[in-house]
Write a protein that binds this ligand. Structure first.
Ligand code: 3PG
Ligand code: MG
Length: 347
């Protein structure tokens, strides 16, 4: 694997450093609802402060703002406040949501120049956004001496262990809603695994026709709901009756999935087994979280929802590596070079 050069090798003393972090965190009532990504970004910021940087200018996108209304909804202000609470050093500033500039997602060099203006160095620590070729993750890396941050390097290191020879059985668990995105990734990645377990919406989509070049373990029962709502009428059934929705894996499937994970030596899990935000559909996802936590081997969980599920289930400290990247970790494991990583010179 091509390794980008590390922020540890940057001469930051007296410099203005532009740091691209992934501070795209969930918000609730104008506050940061989960600050895990912010806390994961702190070691790089703190390292630069220790090294005597004159200013650490942090930038990130937040959400997917499109309309003018979205500008209020996705203001970086709550994030800025949380960063200030956690770091408390006046040399740290947080720029406004990069996606408020229409150039950002087009990888526009003009916007990259605006970001680079007045800065001496660029550090990309935004692993969760490294699969995006945007002004703040790609174009700007060509305008300033560029380095990789500590989180980005740690992610490459931990996820990289799944790329080479892994201890077997290697089990992949996949679920979640973004099915189209994942079928291609799983096609590449799944062939390397000994077992692939599929739950969530993805399972419903592939139940009748297997799009993969391998056999996948699918749910044998589901928690079916008569509507998409937290207090829907439910029943356990082999598959959702006509007009009903499968919103969680059923008890027999939970047991089958736990059994398929029991002797695993390597696990990668992305995507919940159902709508776990609603208690009556959370048991399947929590059961998988438990089974992954019980694995005596190397376990990786990636993606915002799965990470939150592991945390809510109380098993976070029994997982080997919790990735801050969802789409980014999937594309990385597929063997793709991430644009945000490729733009940084090698060590
Ligand atoms: C994420 O949350 O997956 C990353 O921050 C990237 O966000 P995006 O999918 O809106 O580009
Ligand atoms: Mg995403």
């Amino acid at each position: 694997m091509r390794l980008p050069r590390s922020v540890r090798d940057a001469e930051a003393g007296g410099k203005v450093v532009l740091v691209r972090a992934d501070l795209n965190v969930p918000l609730e009532d104008g506050r940061v609802a989960d600050d895990a990504r912010i806390r994961a970004s702190l070691p790089t910021i703190e390292l630069l402060l220790e090294r005597g940087a004159r200013e650490v200018r942090v930038c990130s996108h937040l959400g997917r703002p499109k309309t003018d209304e979205d500008r209020a909804k996705y203001s970086i202000e709550p994030v800025r406040k949380r960063v200030a609470e956690l770091v408390g050093d006046a040399r740290v500033t947080v720029l406004e949501n990069t996606r408020f500039n229409a150039g950002e997602t087009k990888n526009d060099v003009g916007f990259a120049r605006e970001l680079a203006d007045g800065c001496d160095l660029y550090v990309n620590d935004a692993f969760g956004s490294a699969h995006r070729a945007h002004s703040s993750t790609e174009a700007v890396a060509h305008l300033l001496p560029a380095y990789a941050g500590l989180l980005l390097l740690a992610e490459l290191d931990h996820l990289g262990r799944l790329l080479g020879d892994v201890e077997r059985p290697f089990v992949i668990v996949s679920g979640g809603a973004k099915v189209e995105d994942k079928v291609a990734v799983l096609t590449n990645l799944g062939s390397r695994a000994d077992r692939v377990l599929i739950g969530g919406k993805m399972a419903e989509d592939v139940r009748d026709e297997n799009p993969f070049p391998f056999k996948a373990l699918l749910p044998v029962d589901v928690v079916a709901a008569d509507s998409f709502s937290s207090d829907a009428e439910t029943q356990i059934a082999p598959k959702p009756p006509a007009g009903w929705l499968g919103l969680d894996i059923g008890p027999a499937t939970r047991e089958a999935f736990a059994a398929a994970l029991a002797d695993a030596k390597t696990v990668f899990w992305n995507g919940p087994m159902g709508v776990f935000e609603w208690p009556q559909f959370a048991q399947g996802t929590f059961a998988v979280a438990h089974a992954v936590a019980d694995v005596d081997g190397y376990t990786v969980v990636g993606g915002g929802d799965s990470v939150r599920a592991v945390q809510e289930a109380g098993f976070a400290d029994r997982i080997s590596w919790i990735s801050t990247g969802g789409g980014a970790s999937l594309e990385f494991l597929e063997g793709k070079e991430l644009p945000g990583v490729a733009a940084i010179p090698t060590a």
